[in-house]
Write a protein that binds this ligand. Structure first.
Ligand code: AHR
Length: 545
């Protein structure tokens, strides 16, 4: 079953017949012993408040693709306008129109790749409206998100120049729903062709001589829903048609554009099956999966971002752990058709989706971000890393002012969220080699909800340092972890911790530092053994060297 008109009440102008019913998540059954990644991470039951960890550096796993740490920026609410782009004439300090505070925060985050222009917006976006002198660009109606008028001041040049400025790889979503193959083909030529060809020359006329590098293209977004309400078979045919006309204008394997097909919504396994059966692996580099965590499990009343009790906190994390099942089951289907894992699973929309902040436009999806969300982000990143053999990219939704944002802005003010801090702490995992890890954890139990209290991931970077990230979801109990290390020559351990007095804690414009990382003193190494006293409701990153 696909999503229902779950999001319609958010999308003031979204026709209700374009969405399918929401999937209410069944309670995640307790996994007495769950194998997370082909034996890489094993999770088992243990006595309360102690856990064991075994890291075997002699068994390196796959490289953790840096692209698991990707972001998403849609023309939605104040993500682009006010969040990233204020225009060169703004009194808010900016560089060529991009706000300086946001640029600096993103630089620190080492964002590997950025998805744009949507989301649902992508399938109504016509790129030629967003080039040329800004004052003459035609405007359009943003039918999905608040029914606002989009002035197209942020277009292809503004997006690709932003990526260039920050060293981010662009991930551009083509318009399949309301666009044409010709339009998509010309856009790719405009962006990437070095030739003296019509579109490349149009780009030059607009001030950009050299093509940009655009390594990733999505062929439509949510084509099963807001992107056209297609069947999987119809979309598969369309995918192949679009794919045929996406050309590589720069020769050489290193310059080949990676093509990402629209994949399943949540547990729509039939979609995955149809795509994998109908599209040969050499014709697609990735298949996109979308899954959002809804605190209540009910799209019509999702729950507050900051006002929730412990029952809802635990239920939220249980819902987020559904990601493990989705990855495993979609991967199993992919394995059947693509045993060599040529097609990546691309989780290009994920994160927590709560009710909007009171008094804000429901179509702008503006929500606060608490310590709960930091834990949720870390748990998902651990899952992605545990499946790094199949998952090649992921994009949290979204980067600024929308859903589980890294950054919130209010006119000239900017704050970073607890989720930002997790991405910043975890950036050491980007491009590192995953290490085999066996974890035995107590449960965290609230009423009917039972989830593993601890989650963890370990990697070794190019310099040989080992990074171990850990979460303790239990908000009331610290957990002592005894970690056995095999093949690790490191002598010392240092770390940082993200925690706060309550899981509802969050940063505000008045108190921007309520939740931020601090030095962690709770880990010690002796005789090749590592002991960690993992505080309640915390995310910890350790470095062993
Ligand atoms: O991220 C918000 C929206 O959620 C995106 O536009 C769409 O792809 C998804 O339904």
């Amino acid at each position: 079953m696909e999503k229902e008109n779950e999001k319609d009440y958010e999308k003031d102008f979204h026709p209700s017949n374009t969405m399918n019913p929401p999937t209410l998540l069944a309670p995640l059954p307790y996994l007495g012993l769950a194998v997370f990644c082909l034996g890489t991470v094993i999770l088992a039951r243990a006595a309360e408040s102690t856990a064991t960890l075994a890291i075997d550096a002699t068994k390196p796993g796959p490289v953790i693709n840096k692209n698991l740490y990707g972001q998403f920026s849609e023309h939605l609410g104040h993500c682009i306008y006010e969040g990233i782009w204020v225009g060169p004439d703004s009194p808010i300090p900016n560089t060529k129109g991009y706000r300086n505070d946001v640029l600096a925060a993103l630089k620190t985050l080492a964002v590997p790749q950025l998805r744009w222009p949507g989301g649902c917006f992508a399938d109504e976006y016509h790129w030629k409206d967003g080039i040329g002198p800004r004052e003459t660009r035609p405007s359009m109606f943003n039918s999905h998100w608040g029914g606002v008028v989009e002035n197209n001041h942020f277009g292809t040049h503004e997006f690709l120049d932003l990526c260039e400025l920050l060293g981010i790889e662009p991930y551009v979503c083509l318009n399949v729903g309301s666009g044409t193959v010709q339009e998509a083909m010309e856009w790719v030529e405009y962006m990437t062709s070095p030739a003296s060809s019509p579109m490349a020359n149009m780009r030059r006329a607009h001030g950009r001589d050299q093509p940009w590098k655009v390594p990733y293209l999505a062929v439509g977004n949510e084509s099963w829903g807001c992107g056209g309400n297609m069947t999987a078979a119809f979309y598969a045919d369309n995918y192949k048609r679009y794919n045929t006309f996406i050309k590589n204008y720069v020769p050489g394997d290193a310059n080949r554009i990676q093509r990402i097909a629209c994949g399943p919504n949540e547990a729509n396994y039939e979609w995955t099956e149809t795509m994998m059966k109908n599209v040969p692996a050499h014709q697609m580099n990735g298949l996109a999966l979308h899954y959002y965590t809804i605190p209540t499990g009910d799209w019509k009343k999702k729950g507050s971002a900051t006002d929730f009790d412990e029952g809802q906190y635990a239920a939220t994390l249980r819902h987020t752990l559904k990601m493990e099942e989705l990855i495993t089951k979609h991967s199993a289907i992919m394995d059947k058709y693509d045993p060599d894992k040529k097609v990546g699973l691309v989780v290009d929309e994920w994160g927590i989706w709560t009710d909007v902040e009171p008094g804000t436009n429901p179509g702008f999806l503006y929500q606060q971000n608490s310590l709960r969300d930091a834990l949720l982000a870390a748990i998902n990143l651990h899952l992605f890393q545990a499946h790094a053999d199949r998952i090649t990219m992921a994009n949290i939704a979204q980067m600024v002012n929308v859903l589980q944002a890294m950054i919130l802005t209010d006119k000239e003010k900017m704050i970073v969220t607890p989720t930002y801090h997790v991405f910043e702490m975890f950036k050491v995992h980007q491009g590192a080699t995953a290490l085999s890890l066996t974890l035995t954890t107590p449960d965290y139990v609230v009423g009917e909800t039972k989830i593993p209290a601890v989650s963890a991931s370990a990697s070794r970077d190019a310099a040989g340092k080992i990074h171990v990230s850990l979460t303790n979801a239990n908000p009331g109990t610290a957990i002592t972890i005894s970690a056995a290390l095999t093949g690790v020559t490191a002598k010392s351990v240092s770390g940082r911790i993200l925690t706060a007095p309550a899981v509802t804690a969050h940063n505000t414009f008045a108190a921007p530092h309520a939740v931020e990382p601090a030095k962690f003193e709770g880990a010690a190494m002796a005789n090749g053994k590592l002991t960690i006293n993992l505080p309640a409701k915390s995310v910890v990153m350790l470095t062993l060297e």
